[in-house]
Write a protein that binds this ligand. Structure first.
Ligand SMILES: NC(=O)c1ccc[n+]([C@@H]2O[C@H](COP(=O)([O-])OP(=O)(O)OC[C@H]3O[C@@H](n4cnc5c(N)ncnc54)[C@H](OP(=O)(O)O)[C@@H]3O)[C@@H](O)[C@H]2O)c1
Length: 699
């Protein structure tokens, strides 16, 4: 019999009872450990209150301890009576003088580390490890925001992030905690009870925002944390000490193409190798001297209720255990991974060389000399939002390009699902009436005053902003057009640039597909879908696609889908589980939205990426964090506009797309062409799922 804390009913600190329990003998694969020190963690409070569910009630709380092995199970090798070991995570039950543990969940503790330090370090240290090194990889030059910076995990996060070369901003509730956070390497400590932390972060970062927020506070800070992030930033919501945040509408992360994750240590330290790797990095770093573990409070185990009360009343800082120890971390710095691929250069000597090309340029230049062509042109106009019938064929004035602009006579215009969203009002056009369209390929017919690098006669394409491509001729900012290699047909270019660059950022930046990955692509026979499947296949992934008909299934197969699911006839979640032997996929590219969202989450493996990049069936409901917490998933609602921001990004992405078409890795399916005047019919067919591949409008 040993003494332990037991919980017979959920509730306040008073439910923690000091009782006798039987500990028994270790079975095969187990050890018995006499605890020397036990770590107190906020997760113990969640279990006690019932925010998280314990497997049984009554139960013994606690998920972290350090102690000495007192018995080993039959046949066990590698562990001996007398070994100093620590454990963190499952199984629960560390609030006990002695406990049984699976041998594969404990790690050896070097003699140089005090057991009290080890007990307060392992869970918090491994949490800091996966947050900074896996969940989001902090690198020199990043700016990170850490809430509750003087807390147990917070203190380690700040020191470690600082050691990784980041600028660290911490939030705390009191002056005393601010002083501690500063000592722990916070470059800026914000007292969030007195100051508006969002305004302060904006001020500190000169309105740029931070790369990542580590938010363990939850409800009180969640919204503000999102506001502190820069475009494509990571919101790592790893705790909820102030309560669970409300379900998240996708629109709140779409505005800046943010990533949202609600990670758990249990999903990062799954295998023995992961556990040893993480613990090794934490302990090794502590030994080498950069990290300092603050054991600011120790209580007798029998007084666990008092410790819980203090933790909940924010009276504690650092770790709850004994003595103050000086420790250190030395971190491995890894280089950043960047997309590779052909770069499009503005000058393109290899494209413009050759007699044939020169001749074309001259011929087009002559054609553009007609002043009448530049005045009135035909275009599709939308005067009121609604069905395809609101697309009207009208005369519009096109005018002359100003400084930094070019005028382009379109040869082909790409149709995209986003044109439907704008027409219906799902997305708001800047003005009404407006000319729709965000993709085209054409010939430069005039250049603005003083512009260099672009000439009349250049074949160019553009994708994205500004809207207005459903026109015979249009004005465009010169820095948004890219040169089109002569080997690429204008119709292909017009149907390729937006969809291809979308596929590019989805597969190469948003989530980096690698050989051996399994990816799920919805609407696999669509414009973007067709390119995604081919490209993912060429990257070495196993591709699973969903489509609505047999004909589309045949096309998806040709496009490199290893498995095609007709989701109107089959349960795609069950089929994905079957295909992946219940393992799930690394990433889902979901442009369908409402109809597929929940099923897509179910198809993902632990730590998988849910890339929700469209909503052809409607917007998904707001997402409760619990939906992504179970498997520590990542959720993002990205937009091409946030990935092709600078001229360099645009040229690099377009270059990779054109390069893949030229090499044959991508085949563009222009399955449908309509006269531009018939745009309404094209919209109707796209919305009624009658199209596959790309749809192009010809002026
Ligand atoms: N985030 C970005 O930056 C970005 C950029 C480009 C495109 N996108 C998105 O990517 C998606 C694909 O664009 P796309 O132009 O290539 O269109 P598309 O995939 O060619 O057409 C949409 C397809 O979605 C499927 N679908 C499923 N449910 C539907 C419904 N209720 N109504 C209509 N279609 C439905 C249909 O395929 P099945 O018949 O096989 O079901 C349909 O053919 C769109 O959602 C678009 O918004 C996003």
């Amino acid at each position: 019999m040993v003494k332990a804390i037991r919980v017979h009913e959920l509730g306040g600190p008073e439910v923690l009872k000091w009782e006798d329990v039987e500990v028994g003998e270790p079975k095969e694969g187990e050890v018995r450990v006499k605890n020397k020190a036990i770590g107190l963690n906020f997760v113990d409070v969640y279990f006690r209150k019932g925010v998280y569910k314990a497997a049984t009630v009554p139960y013994t709380p606690g998920v972290e301890a350090c102690g000495v092995v007192t018995a080993v199970g039959p046949g066990l090798t590698g562990r001996q009576v007398g070994d100093l070991v620590a454990y963190a995570g499952q199984p629960m039950g560390s609030y006990a003088e002695e406990q049984i543990l699976p041998a594969n969940r404990i790690v050896p503790v070097p003699p140089s580390i005090d057991p009290t330090v080890a007990a307060s370090l392992l869970l918090k240290g491994m949490t800091a490890q996966f947050l900074l090194r896996s969940c989001f990889k902090v690198e020199p030059g990043h700016t990170v925001l850490v809430h509750a910076a003087a807390g147990g995990v917070g203190s380690l996060l700040c020191q470690w992030a600082n050691a990784l070369g980041a600028t660290v901003i911490g939030t705390v509730s009191t002056k005393e905690k601010a002083a501690q956070a500063k000592e722990d390497g916070c470059h800026h400590a914000i007292i969030y009870k007195e100051e508006d932390f969002v305004a302060r972060v904006k001020e500190i970062t000169s309105d740029n925002g931070v790369e990542v927020v580590y938010d363990s506070v939850g409800k009180d800070t969640f919204e503000g944390s999102l506001a502190c992030l820069k475009t494509r930033g990571y919101m790592v919501s790893f705790g909820q000490s102030s309560g669970a945040p409300d379900p998240v509408p996708l629109s709140t992360i779409a505005v800046k193409s943010l990533f949202l994750t609600r990670p758990r240590l249990f999903n990062y330290a799954v295998t023995r190798d992961e556990l040893l790797g993480m613990a090794g990095e934490v302990i090794g770093n502590v030994q080498s001297g950069v990290l300092r573990v603050r054991v600011n409070h120790t209580y007798a185990l029998s007084q666990a209720a008092q410790a819980h009360e203090d933790l909940e009343n924010r009276k504690t800082s650092g770790s709850s255990s004994r003595d103050f120890a000086k420790l250190a971390i030395k971190t491995r710095k890894t280089g950043c991974t960047r997309s590779s691929g052909a770069k499009v250069r503005d000058d393109h000597p290899h494209w413009s060389a050759g007699t044939r090309c020169m001749f074309v340029v001259r011929a087009l230049a002559t054609e553009s000399a007609s002043p009448a062509a530049a005045k009135m042109v035909k275009a599709i106009r939308v005067h009121e939002l609604g069905g395809p019938e609101v697309l009207k064929w009208e005369d519009v004035e096109v005018g002359e390009p100003k400084e930094g602009e070019v005028r382009v006579k379109n040869k082909a215009i790409g149709l995209n699902f986003i044109d439907v969203y704008f027409r219906k009002g799902v997305y708001k056009a800047a003005t009404v009436p407006y000319t729709p369209g965000v993709e085209a390929c054409g010939v430069v017919t005039a250049v603005g005053p003083g512009l260099t690098g672009r000439q009349v006669g250049d074949l160019v394409a553009y994708a994205g902003q500004p809207m207005g491509s459903y026109a015979e001729e249009q004005i465009l900012p010169a820095n948004r057009v890219v040169p089109v290699p002569p080997s690429i047909d204008p119709t292909v270019a017009a149907s390729l640039l937006l969809k291809g660059m979308t596929a590019q950022f989805l597969l190469r930046s948003c989530f980096k597909v690698e050989p051996g990955h399994t990816v799920l692509v919805h609407a696999a026979a669509g414009g973007v879908g067709s390119l995604l499947c081919q490209w993912a296949n060429s990257l070495g992934a196993t591709v699973i696609g969903t489509v609505s008909t047999k004909e589309k299934a045949a096309q998806a197969k040709e496009d490199g889908c290893h498995h095609v699911i007709i989701y109107k006839e089959e349960d795609f979640v069950a089929r994905v589980k079957e295909i992946t032997s219940d393992n799930g996929v690394e990433v889902v590219y979901d442009s369908v939205g409402k109809d597929t969202f929940e099923g897509s989450l179910a198809c993902l493996k632990t730590r998988g990426y849910m890339v929700s990049f469209g909503q052809s069936s409607g917007a998904p409901d707001p997402v409760p964090l619990s939906a992504i917490a179970v498997k520590s998933l990542f959720l993002t609602r990205p937009s091409l506009f946030h990935y092709a921001v600078t001229r360099d990004e645009l040229l690099e992405m377009a270059g990779e797309v054109f390069g893949n078409v030229q090499s044959g890795a991508l085949r563009v399916r222009v399955n449908h062409t309509y006269p531009l005047s018939q745009a309404a019919r094209a919209h109707e067919d796209l919305e009624n799922r009658k199209t596959s591949g790309s749809v192009v409008l010809i002026p």
